[in-house]
Design a protein around this ligand. Sequence first.
Ligand code: ATP
Ligand code: MN
Length: 537
Amino acid sequence: MQELGIKPADASVKDLGIEDGKAYWNLPPQQLIQFALRAGQGKLTNTGALAIDTGEFTGRSPKDKFTVKDEVTADTVWWNDFNIPLHASKFDQLYRKMINYFNGKEFFVRDVYACADVRYRMNIRVINEYSWSNLFVHNMFLRPTEKELTRFVPEWHILNAPGFHADPAEDGTRQHNFSIIDFKRKLIIIGGSGYTGEIKKGVFTALNFVLPHQRNVLSMHCSANIGKDGDTAIFFGLSGTGKTTLSADHDRKLIGDDEHGWTPDNTIFNFEGGCYAKTIDLSEEKEPEIFHAIRSGSLLENVNFKPGCDEVNYCDCRKTENTRVSYPIDHIPNIATPSLGLNPKNIFFLTCDAYGVLPPISRLTPGQAAFHFISGYTAKVAGTEEGIKEPTMTFSACFGAPFMPLHPTKYAEMLSRKMQQGGVNVWLVNTGWSGGSYGNGKRMSLKITRALITAALTGELSQSEFESHDVFGVAVPKTCPGVPSEMLNPRNTWSDKDAYDHKANFLAEAFLKNFNRFSSYANKEILSGAPRTKVHV
Ligand code: ATP
Ligand code: MN
């Protein structure tokens, strides 16, 4: 066994059972990039970023994510379509097969931290088959100093082998790819998929168990930033709703773009050390911070190039709509260092409502906030394939059901308590359609959404008069600086008012139907936050 690079003197991959091969420990990004280029796995772009293809999978595969069911998890995990149980013996079998797979190969080891608040720090050792996956780990997690690397003690381990395939009949998986978390052994194994998001969301899933369950810290699928006066804002939302885009704001320091904790002493801390932004249709004009973050060290996934050159064509979605880039958070000019914030003042629930029903912004009562948090609604347009006219509706509890091992009420109760203690404003923001549903209306412009959020943050929006939405009961402002008033009430923007009422009713019914699963856990206040379906005339 050859082990090269920076590592603790007594550490060896032999501890994991890998006896033979060549392990590169904690290589600097430039060396990882050279490995990828030499292996023919990537190409440098004109701005110096490395562009790779993740292979068969260009997104997460929630149906292939398992949790080992044992005495730690049996009675604590909420077993459902996202938390699928797997027997410990199957895990052991796959683990041994993966170790064998690494045996004799060249591979990449990296030691990183999660959680910017040192009190909650998690030490993770990741073993990657590919150098570019190791670069992703470098970009996305907190990077120890060289000195810290020489005395690093891992608590969790991740084995990541995109080229390894499970045998479903023998291994108990659904198909050849899998992502399995074992809370007892503190191990995550990922095989058959090169999609890097599996690594990031594997760690997120672990933290979503450990922090609320064992440390009394609320873990959240949200971005966060902080204003000049030290006021923190957090932005919850499902994929594609705008967490990353809207948290990059030149007037506010970025804390993080996707995963945070809220401590008992009211600190907001980032779990990660980097950002993972969507790049579809990215433009310098609309998203300058993200556009300029894509440079040497950044890792682009599944993008295409303009013909015959090394300039990325961000509008090309031939490989996938989910083109991505990862970069260390300091590629963004205005960041909080360390990634912490105090004093959360505003919470935004982002939803991309492709039905065009929800107001561009509205204020929620505590009951409505809990109702919308547990519902976790968004509706997107499924890709841009020909013939797709209808938005697809998603309800994902806590705006992140695929990553939440505990019952949603655990997170919801913690959030409600924190919101009410801190007197936090909660806003529902529709980053989706306006003037009609997908097909008739159009996507809310980023400029308008940013203006609405800025007005909420400065307090100007609270000066407006508000009216209650007929169906959703949320408080809709009548005026907002920088935004035409007629845009604020969505019904005004539809030429066919009956069609609006009909769609609003339809969406309210969907909310109510979804909430049935949770209504036995909800108190009167939360139930009062539900929409009322309107009787048609
Ligand atoms: P994920 O959890 O997958 O990282 P996310 O919530 O971070 O998702 P973003 O990466 O911010 O989502 O994606 C929002 C996308 O929608 C971006 O591509 C952005 O350019 C686009 N967009 C268009 N209009 C708006 C708008 N009004 N507000 C926010 N985003 C918009
Ligand atoms: Mn994001």
